[in-house]
Design a protein around this ligand. Sequence first.
Ligand code: KIV
Length: 267
Amino acid sequence: MSDKKFTVLDFKRKKENGEKITMLTAYDCPTAELLDDVGIDAVLVGDSVGMVLLGYDSTVNVTMDEMIHHAKAVRRGVKNAFLIADMPFMSYQAGDDDATRNAGRFLKEAGCEAVKIEGGQEVAARIKAINNAGISVLGHIGLTPQSAHKLGGYKLQGTDPESAERLIQDAVCLEENGCFGVVLECVPGVLAKEITEKLSIPTIGIGAGVNCDGQVLVTHDLVGFFDKFVPKFVKQYARIGPTIKKAIESFKNETEAGKFPDDEHSY
Ligand code: KIV
């Protein structure tokens, strides 16, 4: 595996060479180290941390300070991967100044290399302002979880001709305003293919089919940490949730039975 630092320039290079881009989420240092060791191209400190780790019902509750706290931990574990932080709800919606200052915090305080923003044409000015401050921006369209209430839930997007056309225009607008890539979440594979072919920046799909230039997943989903609800687009490459539970049960049972610690684990 390569020991070379992945930079913003490598996103476009990979697209041009037809090489797939890999991106996964991390919210803590040990997970970040595992992703980096494997050679994952980009690590995203997603605002999914709110639902995955913090017990919130949605990503809307996540604050800038919580994101900075997790981004700092991830930074300590990442050496070669490109480090991106999610701008949480209301850290950029209110205006360009707010957006630029908050994006800057991720670089200055947490050592991130880029930020991700949800939205299309309506956030074009924000993206431009952040870019003008010298900060790289990854776009995110389709199912944008911060707007789940407005979208009527966590649903497949771009399913009728008007909304599909709107997503194409959004993607083009994000490229024109300086995004180095665009996450396409929960859109039909044929639409994702059309967008991917139209853009010169890479698309990173999640629930958007195989024709995107790269794929992103929530790491906890792919390792099977939870099994209450598994979205259709998640492939569980392992099921560590039950393994962890079994280990905890064994500790409980052995402790209660006076079998732990045994001689091997005592001084
Ligand atoms: O918050 C997140 O983890 C994300 C990815 C799933 C794209 O936005």
